[in-house]
Design a protein around this ligand. Structure first.
Ligand code: ZN
Ligand code: ZN
Length: 93
């Protein structure tokens, strides 16, 4: 398997569809569209509530949170005793 054939392909005036985001090149527009939709254009699901950081992996977000916002997070979770759970059971006669 020699890749000289691929080089010859590149010399030809062939229409290709490069991805603007990652530089991947596709021979068909449909392939590029699919790539954009399922691979490249996929929005990161997990976003940091404290900064614009976004990621596709939850573990990455956790790492980010622990590394960057450790201090903030501790404040975030330490909530003042503001929520009352006492239900007033006043059975009026
Ligand atoms: Zn891409
Ligand atoms: Zn963040």
């Amino acid at each position: 398997m020699i890749e000289s054939r691929t080089l010859g392909y590149l010399n030809c005036q062939k229409v290709t569809y490069p991805c603007k985001n990652c530089g991947k090149v596709y021979n068909y527009y449909s392939s590029l569209a699919r790539h954009l939709k399922h691979e490249c254009g996929v929005e990161p699901k997990f976003h940091c509530p404290l900064c614009p950081y976004r990621t596709k992996h939850k573990s990455s977000l956790n790492t980010h949170l622990n590394g960057r916002h450790m201090k903030l997070l501790s404040e975030f979770y330490t909530m003042p005793n503001g929520n009352k759970l006492s239900s007033s059971m006043n059975a009026g006669n």
